[in-house]
Design a binder for this molecule. Structure first.
Ligand SMILES: NC(=O)c1ccc[n+]([C@@H]2O[C@H](COP(=O)([O-])OP(=O)(O)OC[C@H]3O[C@@H](n4cnc5c(N)ncnc54)[C@H](O)[C@@H]3O)[C@@H](O)[C@H]2O)c1
Length: 257
């Protein structure tokens, strides 16, 4: 049965195209009855202006780069409705951090990666928490690379570890306001962001052969879990990293042959 999000308003960051995890989440939440507000990077405007109106319950969509204070201020000043759900589906690291060694990462590239991919969750909540007057649910997207070494992930592994720590710290800080904060750790999915990771097709094949369910993950697998976490059915779940990865992360030694 689909989660019931009737009467709730969801603010969703991270739609860049119809392959984005955030897009599947927006569709699932809209179908579950939530009103949707999309916040996106302006470089994707031409796609979003076609995609957003196809959502059944779209309230508004507007540019909002989470690393630009002026855009954050302008975006939130236009929001007049209370928010119940926040989805942070954002990651960025400069291309150089995926190409070289971790030892070569500059302080500038490290900062850019962690500000956009980890600190941005806290930055969004600085603006969003005062608008969550009825309490609510916050969700971010992480990857196994935040807990184990995943080849070629490099500084994003550090950023995801920081993001997962933010999930716990924010859950602790916002819990008394009845705001829950959780993460879904998704298995690999071919999206725009995944395009920056070397040998991604190999990672997909390997994941499928090792995962107990012998399947890869779709954005809609993630979206149905996201809608559950946003719903009142998950009302006592906070500070958690929930794996939607066909069980890949539990395997120590895979079945050979
Ligand atoms: N695709 C995967 O295999 C996978 C697996 C686990 C976790 N994730 C995570 O899921 C999230 C969404 O990624 P995706 O795979 O859907 O790719 P995607 O490229 O569709 O989404 C990434 C989004 O981040 C946004 N973004 C980056 N910098 C931003 C900024 N400064 N301000 C506002 N938005 C910004 C982009 O606009 C884009 O919409 C990311 O956190 C990613 O790490 C992805």
């Amino acid at each position: 049965m689909m989660a019931d999000l009737n009467g709730k308003t969801a603010l969703i960051f991270g739609v860049a195209s119809d392959t984005s995890i955030a897009w599947a989440i927006a569709k699932e939440m809209a179908e579950a009855g939530a009103r949707i507000i999309l916040a996106y990077q302006f470089r994707y405007h031409s796609r979003i202006k076609d995609l957003a109106p196809t959502l059944p319950n779209i309230l508004s969509y507007d540019r909002c780069d989470v690393t630009k204070e002026d855009e954050m201020k302008a975006f939130f000043s236009k929001l007049s409705v209370p928010i119940d759900i926040v989805v942070h589906s954002i990651a960025f690291a400069p291309a150089a951090t995926f190409q070289g060694n971790l030892l070569d990462v500059t302080p500038e590239d490290f900062s850019a990666s962690l500000v956009a991919s980890s600190y941005s969750l806290s930055k969004i909540m600085q603006y969003a928490a005062p608008r969550m007057t009825r309490g609510g649910s916050v969700l971010t997207l992480t990857y196994l690379g935040g807990q184990k070494v995943c080849a070629n992930y490099r500084v994003m592994g550090v950023a995801k570890a920081a993001l997962e720590a933010y999930v716990r710290e924010l859950a602790f800080e916002l819990g008394p306001k009845n705001i829950r904060v959780n993460a879904i750790s998704a298995g690999p999915i071919k999206t725009l962001a995944a395009g920056g990771i070397k040998d991604f097709d190999y990672i997909l094949d390997y994941h499928k052969s090792v995962a107990p369910l012998r399947e890869n993950i779709s954005t809609s697998d993630v979206a149905s879990c996201a809608a559950f976490l946003a719903s009142d059915k998950a009302r006592r779940i906070t500070g958690q990293i929930l794996f939607v990865d066909a069980g890949y992360s539990i395997v120590g030694v895979p079945q050979l042959g």
